[in-house]
Design a protein around this ligand. Structure first.
Ligand code: MG
Length: 247
Protein backbone atom coordinates (compact mmCIF):
# COMPACT_ATOMS: atom_id res chain seq x y z
CA UNK A 1 0.00 0.00 0.00
CA UNK A 2 2.78 2.40 0.93
CA UNK A 3 4.72 1.49 -2.22
CA UNK A 4 1.61 2.12 -4.38
CA UNK A 5 1.08 5.55 -2.80
CA UNK A 6 4.71 6.43 -3.45
CA UNK A 7 4.37 5.28 -7.08
CA UNK A 8 1.23 7.38 -7.61
CA UNK A 9 2.98 10.41 -6.12
CA UNK A 10 5.93 9.96 -8.51
CA UNK A 11 3.63 9.58 -11.53
CA UNK A 12 1.80 12.78 -10.52
CA UNK A 13 5.11 14.65 -10.23
CA UNK A 14 6.16 13.45 -13.70
CA UNK A 15 2.78 14.46 -15.18
CA UNK A 16 2.79 17.93 -13.58
CA UNK A 17 6.41 18.51 -14.61
CA UNK A 18 5.58 17.43 -18.16
CA UNK A 19 2.66 19.83 -18.35
CA UNK A 20 4.79 22.69 -16.97
CA UNK A 21 7.69 22.00 -19.35
CA UNK A 22 5.40 21.82 -22.39
CA UNK A 23 3.68 24.97 -21.16
CA UNK A 24 6.99 26.79 -20.98
CA UNK A 25 8.12 25.60 -24.41
CA UNK A 26 4.87 26.84 -26.02
CA UNK A 27 4.79 30.11 -24.09
CA UNK A 28 4.54 33.12 -26.42
CA UNK A 29 6.52 36.29 -25.77
CA UNK A 30 4.50 39.49 -25.59
CA UNK A 31 5.83 40.72 -28.93
CA UNK A 32 3.00 41.59 -31.31
CA UNK A 33 3.10 40.73 -35.00
CA UNK A 34 1.26 43.46 -36.85
CA UNK A 35 0.46 43.59 -40.55
CA UNK A 36 -0.30 46.65 -42.67
CA UNK A 37 -1.78 46.97 -46.12
CA UNK A 38 0.07 49.49 -48.32
CA UNK A 39 -2.25 51.33 -50.73
CA UNK A 40 -4.57 53.77 -48.95
CA UNK A 41 -3.33 52.49 -45.59
CA UNK A 42 0.36 53.42 -45.49
CA UNK A 43 0.66 55.23 -48.83
CA UNK A 44 -1.75 57.50 -50.64
CA UNK A 45 -0.91 56.03 -54.06
CA UNK A 46 -3.86 57.23 -56.07
CA UNK A 47 -1.71 59.14 -58.56
CA UNK A 48 0.48 56.10 -59.19
CA UNK A 49 -2.49 53.98 -60.22
CA UNK A 50 -4.07 56.85 -62.10
CA UNK A 51 -1.01 57.29 -64.32
CA UNK A 52 -0.05 53.59 -64.58
CA UNK A 53 0.12 52.08 -68.07
CA UNK A 54 -2.06 49.09 -68.96
CA UNK A 55 -1.68 46.40 -71.59
CA UNK A 56 -4.25 45.65 -74.30
CA UNK A 57 -6.16 43.43 -71.82
CA UNK A 58 -6.36 46.35 -69.36
CA UNK A 59 -3.88 44.72 -66.95
CA UNK A 60 -1.88 47.19 -64.89
CA UNK A 61 1.88 47.33 -65.37
CA UNK A 62 2.94 46.62 -61.77
CA UNK A 63 6.61 46.86 -62.70
CA UNK A 64 5.85 50.51 -63.45
CA UNK A 65 3.55 50.96 -60.42
CA UNK A 66 6.09 49.59 -57.96
CA UNK A 67 8.84 51.88 -59.23
CA UNK A 68 6.81 55.11 -58.97
CA UNK A 69 5.93 55.48 -55.27
CA UNK A 70 8.89 57.72 -54.51
CA UNK A 71 7.77 60.09 -57.25
CA UNK A 72 3.98 59.95 -56.93
CA UNK A 73 2.85 58.43 -53.60
CA UNK A 74 2.32 60.36 -50.38
CA UNK A 75 2.90 58.69 -46.98
CA UNK A 76 -0.24 58.72 -44.83
CA UNK A 77 1.24 60.38 -41.76
CA UNK A 78 -1.02 58.95 -39.00
CA UNK A 79 -0.42 55.38 -40.18
CA UNK A 80 3.32 55.95 -40.46
CA UNK A 81 3.25 57.17 -36.85
CA UNK A 82 1.47 53.94 -35.88
CA UNK A 83 4.00 51.77 -37.78
CA UNK A 84 6.91 53.53 -36.08
CA UNK A 85 5.21 53.26 -32.69
CA UNK A 86 4.97 49.47 -32.98
CA UNK A 87 8.49 49.07 -34.37
CA UNK A 88 10.20 51.33 -31.82
CA UNK A 89 8.42 49.54 -28.98
CA UNK A 90 9.86 46.19 -30.05
CA UNK A 91 6.97 44.72 -32.03
CA UNK A 92 7.21 43.15 -35.50
CA UNK A 93 5.70 45.06 -38.43
CA UNK A 94 4.89 43.47 -41.78
CA UNK A 95 3.52 44.90 -45.03
CA UNK A 96 1.21 42.81 -47.20
CA UNK A 97 -0.07 44.24 -50.47
CA UNK A 98 -2.31 42.91 -53.21
CA UNK A 99 0.03 44.48 -55.75
CA UNK A 100 1.89 42.10 -58.02
CA UNK A 101 5.59 41.89 -57.12
CA UNK A 102 7.42 43.09 -60.26
CA UNK A 103 10.15 45.58 -59.30
CA UNK A 104 9.15 45.04 -55.66
CA UNK A 105 12.57 46.15 -54.43
CA UNK A 106 11.61 49.74 -55.26
CA UNK A 107 8.65 49.49 -52.86
CA UNK A 108 10.94 48.00 -50.20
CA UNK A 109 13.49 50.80 -50.59
CA UNK A 110 10.88 53.54 -50.52
CA UNK A 111 9.03 52.09 -47.51
CA UNK A 112 12.36 51.71 -45.66
CA UNK A 113 12.96 55.44 -46.07
CA UNK A 114 9.41 56.34 -45.07
CA UNK A 115 9.15 54.20 -41.92
CA UNK A 116 12.78 54.49 -40.83
CA UNK A 117 13.69 50.78 -40.62
CA UNK A 118 14.67 48.09 -43.11
CA UNK A 119 11.84 46.74 -45.25
CA UNK A 120 12.76 43.71 -47.36
CA UNK A 121 10.81 41.50 -49.75
CA UNK A 122 10.06 38.09 -48.30
CA UNK A 123 11.10 39.24 -44.82
CA UNK A 124 8.62 41.96 -43.86
CA UNK A 125 7.15 42.88 -47.26
CA UNK A 126 4.91 40.48 -49.17
CA UNK A 127 3.17 40.78 -52.54
CA UNK A 128 -0.05 38.82 -52.53
CA UNK A 129 -2.20 39.47 -55.65
CA UNK A 130 -5.84 38.48 -55.77
CA UNK A 131 -6.91 35.29 -57.51
CA UNK A 132 -9.85 34.93 -59.88
CA UNK A 133 -12.40 32.25 -59.06
CA UNK A 134 -15.51 31.90 -61.25
CA UNK A 135 -15.14 35.46 -62.50
CA UNK A 136 -14.75 37.06 -59.04
CA UNK A 137 -11.48 38.30 -57.60
CA UNK A 138 -10.61 37.12 -54.09
CA UNK A 139 -7.88 38.06 -51.66
CA UNK A 140 -4.93 35.75 -51.00
CA UNK A 141 -3.52 37.85 -48.14
CA UNK A 142 -4.90 35.46 -45.53
CA UNK A 143 -2.34 32.85 -46.62
CA UNK A 144 0.53 35.25 -45.87
CA UNK A 145 -1.11 36.32 -42.59
CA UNK A 146 -1.35 32.68 -41.50
CA UNK A 147 2.24 31.98 -42.56
CA UNK A 148 3.43 34.96 -40.52
CA UNK A 149 1.09 34.13 -37.61
CA UNK A 150 0.01 37.78 -37.35
CA UNK A 151 -1.89 39.14 -34.35
CA UNK A 152 -3.44 42.22 -36.02
CA UNK A 153 -3.91 43.59 -39.51
CA UNK A 154 -4.65 47.17 -40.56
CA UNK A 155 -6.18 47.78 -43.99
CA UNK A 156 -8.64 50.02 -45.80
CA UNK A 157 -10.47 47.66 -48.15
CA UNK A 158 -13.17 45.04 -47.62
CA UNK A 159 -10.80 42.33 -48.83
CA UNK A 160 -8.25 43.31 -46.14
CA UNK A 161 -10.83 42.66 -43.46
CA UNK A 162 -12.02 39.42 -45.09
CA UNK A 163 -8.43 38.16 -45.30
CA UNK A 164 -7.79 38.92 -41.64
CA UNK A 165 -10.99 37.18 -40.55
CA UNK A 166 -10.10 34.10 -42.63
CA UNK A 167 -6.64 34.04 -41.04
CA UNK A 168 -7.99 34.49 -37.48
CA UNK A 169 -6.16 37.80 -37.27
CA UNK A 170 -7.69 40.81 -35.48
CA UNK A 171 -8.97 43.12 -38.26
CA UNK A 172 -8.79 46.91 -38.07
CA UNK A 173 -10.18 49.16 -40.78
CA UNK A 174 -8.21 52.29 -41.62
CA UNK A 175 -10.62 55.05 -42.61
CA UNK A 176 -9.96 55.70 -46.25
CA UNK A 177 -9.44 59.26 -47.48
CA UNK A 178 -12.65 60.55 -49.07
CA UNK A 179 -11.05 60.97 -52.48
CA UNK A 180 -10.01 57.32 -52.42
CA UNK A 181 -13.51 56.23 -51.38
CA UNK A 182 -14.60 57.95 -54.59
CA UNK A 183 -11.95 56.28 -56.69
CA UNK A 184 -12.16 52.76 -55.24
CA UNK A 185 -15.68 52.63 -53.84
CA UNK A 186 -16.36 49.09 -55.03
CA UNK A 187 -14.03 47.65 -52.39
CA UNK A 188 -15.15 49.86 -49.52
CA UNK A 189 -18.18 48.70 -47.50
CA UNK A 190 -19.44 47.01 -50.65
CA UNK A 191 -19.95 50.17 -52.66
CA UNK A 192 -21.28 53.20 -50.81
CA UNK A 193 -21.47 55.53 -53.80
CA UNK A 194 -24.28 53.94 -55.75
CA UNK A 195 -27.44 56.01 -55.60
CA UNK A 196 -29.73 53.07 -55.10
CA UNK A 197 -29.04 50.31 -52.61
CA UNK A 198 -29.34 46.74 -53.81
CA UNK A 199 -29.10 43.30 -52.26
CA UNK A 200 -25.53 43.15 -53.57
CA UNK A 201 -24.62 46.67 -52.37
CA UNK A 202 -26.81 47.37 -49.32
CA UNK A 203 -24.92 50.40 -47.92
CA UNK A 204 -24.77 54.04 -49.05
CA UNK A 205 -22.76 57.06 -47.92
CA UNK A 206 -25.28 57.74 -45.13
CA UNK A 207 -24.71 54.22 -43.78
CA UNK A 208 -20.96 54.79 -44.04
CA UNK A 209 -21.28 57.72 -41.62
CA UNK A 210 -23.29 55.53 -39.23
CA UNK A 211 -20.51 52.92 -39.34
CA UNK A 212 -17.85 55.58 -38.71
CA UNK A 213 -19.82 57.08 -35.82
CA UNK A 214 -20.21 53.62 -34.26
CA UNK A 215 -16.51 52.79 -34.85
CA UNK A 216 -17.41 49.46 -36.38
CA UNK A 217 -17.28 48.14 -39.94
CA UNK A 218 -19.58 45.89 -41.95
CA UNK A 219 -17.73 42.76 -40.79
CA UNK A 220 -17.75 43.86 -37.15
CA UNK A 221 -14.15 45.07 -37.45
CA UNK A 222 -12.80 48.02 -35.47
CA UNK A 223 -12.50 51.36 -37.24
CA UNK A 224 -9.22 53.25 -36.80
CA UNK A 225 -10.24 56.88 -37.18
CA UNK A 226 -7.16 58.40 -38.72
CA UNK A 227 -7.65 62.04 -39.52
CA UNK A 228 -5.56 62.89 -42.53
CA UNK A 229 -6.20 65.95 -44.66
CA UNK A 230 -4.74 64.38 -47.79
CA UNK A 231 -2.78 66.07 -50.54
CA UNK A 232 -3.30 69.63 -51.75
CA UNK A 233 -3.90 68.21 -55.20
CA UNK A 234 -7.04 66.62 -53.82
CA UNK A 235 -8.79 69.91 -54.42
CA UNK A 236 -8.12 69.57 -58.13
CA UNK A 237 -10.62 67.40 -59.96
CA UNK A 238 -8.85 64.29 -61.24
CA UNK A 239 -10.04 61.97 -63.95
CA UNK A 240 -11.95 58.79 -63.01
CA UNK A 241 -9.89 55.61 -62.97
CA UNK A 242 -11.02 51.97 -62.92
CA UNK A 243 -11.93 50.35 -59.61
CA UNK A 244 -9.78 47.23 -59.74
CA UNK A 245 -6.87 48.82 -57.89
CA UNK A 246 -6.14 50.28 -54.49
CA UNK A 247 -6.21 47.14 -52.33
MG1 MG B 1 -5.50 49.27 -49.54
Amino acid sequence: MKINTHKTFLINIILVTGILVSGISFAQPGIMKIGFDIDDTVLYSRYVFQDAPRDKNNHLDFGWVNSRDRELSIPIAPTITLVRYFHLNGHEVYFITARSGENGHFVAEYLSDVVGFDVKEGINLFFSPKEKIDGNKFTTKHKVMKYLDLDMYYGDSDSDIMAAIKADVYPIRIVRHHSSVKQYSSNYFGNTLLKDKSIKTPFNSHDLKLFYDANVGMFGESIYPILWDGPEEDKVERSKIPTDVGD
